[in-house]
Design a protein around this ligand. Structure first.
Ligand code: FES
Length: 56
């Protein structure tokens, strides 16, 4: 799970689906309203040297 640092929305990193909505008042502006859901996701590997390789 990944958490947006701005308003604490939570996303499933495997699927990009929103798991918990942002912690904002209903009338407060929040960029999530313009975010495409599910979020795009990418395959990630850890190399033998400990680096992350991301398919973009
Ligand atoms: S939850 Fe990410 S910008 Fe509001």
């Amino acid at each position: 799970m990944a958490t947006c640092p701005a308003h604490q929305a939570k996303y499933d990193v495997r699927t990009g689906e929103m798991m918990e909505k942002p912690q904002v008042r209903p009338d407060a502006p929040c960029e999530y309203a313009e975010v495409r859901i599910p979020l795009p996701t990418y395959r990630v590997r850890v190399t033998q040297d400990g680096f992350l390789e991301i398919d973009v």
